[in-house]
Design a protein around this ligand. Sequence first.
Ligand code: PRP
Length: 178
Amino acid sequence: MPGSEPSIGRIVFTAEEIRARLAELAAQIDEDYRGRDFVLLGVLKGAMMVMADLARMLTHDRVEIDWITVSSYGDATTSSGIIRMLTEPDLDLAGRDVLLVDDITDSGLTLSWLIRNLAARGAATVEVFSLLRKPDMAKVEVPLRYLGFDIPPDFIAGYGMDYAQRYRNLPYIAVLDF
Ligand code: PRP
């Protein structure tokens, strides 16, 4: 059970599988934003890996990168539903085309809160990229323009995702066995 010491279980996506899917999505993003400046806005900390890899696959040369830090889980394994903004973006996002990049959509509460927050900042457009989504856990529907993979509701970690701040450094995504 969460609270006990987990071990790394079954690998859900290897580094190669993640890279292949990101390449497909990066090509779509290049196409969709052709000729337009836009801001890739990564949601820390979980999006650290996917931002770094996705950004390097874009051939688009008019993209700006910024970050926002929110936390809804703390060290818990289920969302509290209370989103805390820990750091604000540096850029003024008013009038900008923003592509939010997150690692996982679970309840959907974080991203739906962020979409509202960015609208309140006056962003011209807000689209959402999520590497993973757990459809069975959705409490609110998030309009994802770019989705890597749908997955079952197992507790997973790696490739930016943590349990009690650990495992973010793994280059693959694995189930944690408690
Ligand atoms: C995780 C993840 C998403 C969010 C998804 O962040 O990175 O931002 O939870 O969950 P939801 O759809 O239920 O809202 P977390 O709050 O754990 O912080 P972290 O990115 O620093 O790990």
